[in-house]
Design a protein around this ligand. Sequence first.
Ligand code: ADP
Ligand code: MG
Length: 469
Amino acid sequence: MVNWDYQVFWDEALSQIKDELGEHEFSMWFNLSYASATETSIAVQVPSAFYRDQVSRLYQRMIEAKLHELSGKTLLLDFIVTKPSGLASRMKEDLESSDLPKTSTEPRKTAKVQGPSMGMSKGKHSQLRSDYTFDSFVIGENNSFAANAAIAISKNPGLAYNPFLIYGGVGLGKTHLMQSIGNRIWQEQDKIKVICVTAEEFTNEFIQSIPEKTTTVFKNKYRSVDVLLIDDIHFFQEKMGVQEELFHTFNALYDAGKQMVFTCDRPASELKKLTDRLRSRFERGLNVDLQPPNYETRVAILKKKAAVKRVQVPDSVIEIVAKNISTNVRDLEGALEKLVAYSQLVHKDITIEVAQNQLKDIFSQAKHGNVTIDNILRVVSDYFKLSYTDIKGKKRTRNIAFPRQIAMYIAREITEYSTTELGYEFGGRDHTTVMHGCQKVDERMKLDPNLDATIQSLVRQVKDLSSKG
Ligand code: ADP
Ligand code: MG
């Protein structure tokens, strides 16, 4: 086998990239070494899966383009992780922070005097919630990447990862984590200017500054901060004026090595209504998502919240709440608050029975994901131009029976009701009627290729309707 050697191209590509990116950014991420090559690819060693993911996201295309430019060949990169990359060891490395890129050891240009450590706090920051701290944030496998990066950033704002973008669905801890960074830096460093706003507040303040002729004040304020935290940046979509302003603010802060942290409800690449240049700024640093917590983490979170509230909640109650609510942390917290409020009101301990009774609706809603039989019947009867009473009623004429069977089929597909429960919901029918109905639909789908598409479209409509509450 021919041994292809592209080392010279590799070395030259890296040297040019270093000039383009600058020493700081380069040394942070280009912990890569040339390992071997085939005719069309170069294998490159990276120290961990974490590096691989970030480097490939940020620089793979750039490196490949450079190699193409220099060699005239299409050479694709293959990353080889030199350390074990199993999830467990990756998590462990992360927890120990050994996996994080080394930050510069140079003294910072603006020396920050270490402030009093936690405990001797310097008072509350007006834009930060004092309960959103690392101490109250439970780290689980769903968020350890994000949490450890956040801690690293707090130690070296502007140097570790910049910008830092935390994204994910509602109630998963984005705001909490971002504000923890702000609180930690604010408490530990003297004379540091931290601003924390929502994208909406930033936008309103900017818009207001125009007629008031205070845009210079606005610009100066945001371009002179040491740490800028902006929550929910998806709000900037379609707002061109403020995007332009943020773009310039971003550049000024980035060039000055000031830390920026953003949160978003989706990955930056899906912010379709943002200008490309602003989106690429958000993508530049470290982008990490938060996932819903697993069962163990949910238990740990509930225990922590109960301790903070100083209420006694038996483990058995914590466990059933954690088992039944898996959507997000906000819902978990809401359930706990409901129990605490109830027990204080009636002066009763929080027992399993109390929990089951008080949280009945929340548990069943979580189980059925907000989709109700009612919504299914509405969508299906609408589609077949039947009345709601007809479809729910007893009539067995064919033009009604089949749509009803479709509704049953959809209910069985997208809810967790048992066939017995469904029979009850569909006008007090037997569970065998439901099974028979679903079977009929299955058979018809095999014969009629359009039926599947129709059902999929109905499912989408049901979900839409249900998500609107
Ligand atoms: P998001 O901004 O992602 O919608 P939040 O940060 O507002 O979510 O979190 C919702 C609630 O859940 C907050 O009260 C927050 O304190 C709590 N929370 C989220 N994640 C955690 C966690 N890992 N540990 C403790 N509390 C958490
Ligand atoms: Mg939030």
